[in-house]
Design a protein around this ligand. Structure first.
Ligand SMILES: NC(=O)c1ccc[n+]([C@@H]2O[C@H](COP(=O)([O-])OP(=O)(O)OC[C@H]3O[C@@H](n4cnc5c(N)ncnc54)[C@H](O)[C@@H]3O)[C@@H](O)[C@H]2O)c1
Length: 510
């Protein structure tokens, strides 16, 4: 492979500009081409002001800025790509337009020029299929905004020469980005792995388990994510994320794990896209997300007597420790007294199923999410069944918020809120590994950097305990009968064999 010195960028939109910036800052020569002269003018102005801002903030020197800006040529004619070593296509997201562009490009560039597409949703193999030299075509998927999103997916099409991908991996590092390598499969890594949070969040909301805001609060404060699913979708814009959900679902031939929600369809139809339309899952006034005030915790006199189900030993111990610390009198023994609050701590089950299995008094029974690894000091999740008496719910709420920690009261749900969303995230990542779309390490890197999750999903699964994640999924599948919760073979086998979710098979390593 010849060395890459000069990069052509087709499309002077948001992505083309971002890629031009990091390439020019890395000292590469850049040629930008767009069919719209106005887009080129806007790109030049935008890049010039970006470099000036970086200088004023002390991020780069005046000399670097000057060299970067003079290193970018702006062209209205595709022939300007003739001397490029690599051309990155970042034009409109339509297969026919991209194929036509690649056909034309091959008549302009040298035979050894690498051709890549920044597509997020189209198959690299199908773009390359119209090329005379498909071996030199690959995917190079950056994220928006490019200079801040430091990860890039290098995608091998079925006919890509692996040395093309190797050269792109190396180039990414020169530009200060972390490359991850993916097979040409729908959504590559990040848009595939990202299905877990949003589709399961929507499913939880559709079951009327909790409000959008409550689901977000639980995901942030208990499960440790920077944003919950609805804040995230409002930020991205549902006009962008709903079609991605539909596209990945269809491309995997209606895989139940990725099933989009009619909650999204109706919002898109109504123009409720999120922040950009000043209304989405939240309302926005002067750019500020409107938050419903927290429901004040009820007050209760006297000591609450609590009996905790032994069904789940770890949950029993955690709940006992927590509730004792909050001043509850814990009743020991297998049969609860008639004046006790009954607490169940299921993994992947709802309160109703647990009540029925254990023959408990439904009016007095509440669920507490004690899944290990979830933070009980920032927020707690209290779950009721349709038969829980409001007085017992309020007593439980008062007890759980006794030390001032906010409590989310949710309706019955197998796997509460955080358990089921996190289990879906881990399960989908496991299946990406099972399908060999990327290495476990690259899956974690891509999700960590591309989606901003606190940990990569496989590391997250290891930290929570693969066996516990599996238990949540199995129970979810049993309670709902829905194949979307079927555990990935990758997860099952690693639990059966006591291996880390990051471990590839011994024979593949050898
Ligand atoms: N915006 C994102 O968040 C994002 C993230 C990752 C990948 N992508 C992908 O990157 C690509 C570009 O996205 P964008 O958001 O920058 O789009 P954009 O609409 O902002 O810009 C596209 C530019 O391409 C130009 N163009 C269209 N057809 C052309 C052609 N035949 N030849 C040359 N120029 C042409 C348009 O004039 C426009 O200036 C798409 O494939 C998109 O899916 C976008």
């Amino acid at each position: 492979m010849k060395e890459i010195h000069t990069i052509g960028i087709a499309g002077a939109g948001a992505m083309g500009r971002g890629i031009a910036q990091i390439a020019a800052q890395a000292g590469l020569g850049v040629v930008m081409f767009d069919v719209q002269p106005a887009a080129l003018v806007a790109a030049r102005d935008n890049l010039d002001s970006t470099f000036k801002t970086l200088v004023s903030k002390g991020k780069i020197t005046q000399e670097t800025a000057q060299a970067a800006m003079t290193g970018i040529a702006f062209a209205e004619d595709i022939n300007a790509f003739a001397a490029c070593d690599l051309v990155i296509e970042a034009i409109v997201e339509r297969l026919d337009v991209k194929q036509q562009f690649f056909r034309q490009l091959e008549t302009v560039v040298a035979p050894d020029c690498i051709l890549v597409s920044n597509t997020s949703s189209l198959s690299i193999t199908s773009i390359a299929a119209v090329c005379e030299r498909p071996a030199r075509v690959a995917g190079y998927h950056f994220f928006n905004p490019v200079p801040l999103m430091k990860v890039v997916e290098v995608v091998d099409g079925l006919r890509s020469d692996p040395r093309v991908g190797d050269a792109l991996m190396e180039l990414s590092r020169r530009m200060g980005h972390t490359p991850v390598r993916a097979k040409d499969m729908p959504g590559f890594i990040v848009n595939h792995a990202g299905r877990g949070m949003n589709t399961e969040g929507l499913r939880v909301a559709q079951e009327c388990v909790a409000s959008f805001q409550t689901i977000d609060e639980i995901m942030r404060e208990q499960a440790g994510f920077r944003m919950g699913p609805f804040e995230l979708m409002d930020l991205t814009g549902l006009d962008v994320s709903h079609p991605v959900m539909e596209s990945v679902y269809r491309q995997f031939f209606d895989e139940p794990r990725f099933k989009p929600s009619p909650l999204g369809t109706v919002r898109v139809a109504g123009g409720l896209f999120g922040r950009k339309s000043k209304g989405g899952f939240y309302d926005y006034v002067d750019g500020q997300k409107q938050i419903a005030p927290a429901v004040p915790a009820p007050r209760m006199e006297g000591v609450t007597k609590v009996w905790i189900s032994h069904l789940h030993e770890q949950g029993h111990a955690l709940a006992g420790h927590l509730l004792r610390g909050l001043g509850a009198a814990i009743q020991m023994g297998s049969t609860p007294d008639p004046d006790c609050l009954l607490v169940v701590t299921p993994y992947g089950q709802d309160v109703s199923t647990t009540v029925a299995q254990q023959g408990l008094d439904p009016a007095r029974t509440i669920g507490l999410d004690t899944f290990n690894g979830f933070d009980q000091t920032k927020r707690r999740t209290l779950m009721v069944s349709p038969a829980t008496d409001p007085q017992w719910r309020d007593r439980a709420h008062a007890l759980l918020s006794h030390d001032g920690v906010p409590v989310s009261v949710i309706q019955d749900s197998p796997g509460f809120v955080a358990q089921r969303i996190v289990a879906m995230i881990v399960n989908i990542a496991c299946d990406i590994a099972q399908q060999g779309i990327a290495t476990p390490q690259d899956i974690d890197r891509a999700v960590n950097l591309g989606l901003g999750y606190p940990k990569g999903p496989l590391t997250m699964g290891d930290a929570l305990g693969p066996a516990k994640v599996l238990e949540v999924l199995r129970n979810l599948q049993a309670v709902t009968g829905d194949p979307r919760y079927r555990p990935s073979l990758w997860l099952q086998r690693r639990v059966q064999l006591g291996m880390s979710l990051l471990a590839v098979s011994a024979t593949q390593r050898a």
